[in-house]
Ligand binder design. Structure first.
Ligand code: GRF
Length: 203
């Protein structure tokens, strides 16, 4: 499986996935990093690993066509969104139906949707007083955070948690959970029926 990772930030999930692929833990390779700006930390990580970087300019039709052509040139057959702060054009979602994942730093369907990103998610979790949070890996559809759920892992929200401390502990979960979800796709252990994601046991 040839993966493109789309990211806008520091790229710690990019790193976790690329490392797991390089270590042979996932039968796949990260062949492209798609970033929303050349200054994003993820670009340095990709360059250090000799993974090509493509910086998207926007989501107009010609820009989307250019991105699709870059993905085709690198023979990308799977996309992992990891903190990508731009709306994915519908045509790209459709072209990668059931082959595009996202990670969200909370237990969807709670604390997701438009405007729920970054520290806002953890602020909302704490403000709501819920006792658990965590991370969710889901298939990308044309809305924000609504696609079928592949994997979730929860952690306890502590009375002493701040949005920053919670974000840090959720991020640790993400670095385990995202490679695990991608591995299931790479090993073809996932079947999707409507909103149901069926996971076959690893032999
Ligand atoms: C993660 O918390 C992820 O859940 C969210 O954006 C953040 C990206 O972090 N979608 P990083 O750039 O991978 O460190």
């Amino acid at each position: 499986m040839r993966i493109a990772i789309f990211a806008s930030g520091g790229g710690s999930n990019f790193q976790a996935i690329a490392d797991a692929c390089r270590a042979g833990e996932i039968p796949a390779s990260v062949v492209l990093c798609v970033a929303s700006s050349a200054g994003a930390g993820v670009c340095d990580r990709a360059q250090t690993m000799n993974i090509p970087v493509f910086v998207v300019k926007g989501i107009s039709d010609p820009e989307t066509e250019e991105l699709q052509a870059v993905l085709a040139r690198h023979q990308v057959d799977f996309i992992a969104l990891a903190g990508f702060m731009r709306k994915i054009p519908g045509s790209l979602v459709r072209a990668f139906e059931n082959r595009m994942l996202n990670i969200h730093p909370a237990l969807l369907p709670a604390f997701g949707g438009t405007g729920m990103y970054g520290s806002r998610v953890h602020e909302a979790v704490i403000a709501e007083g819920v006792s658990s949070s965590g991370a969710t890996v889901h298939i990308v559809d044309e809305e924000y955070d609504t696609g079928p759920i592949v994997l979730q892992e929860s952690i306890t929200v502590l009375g002493t948690d701040t949005p920053a401390s919670l974000a840090m502990r959720v991020l640790e979960v993400e670095h385990r959970l995202y490679p695990k979800a991608i591995d299931l796709f790479a090993r073809k252990l996932i079947q999707i029926r409507g909103r149901e994601v069926i996971i076959q046991p690893k032999s």
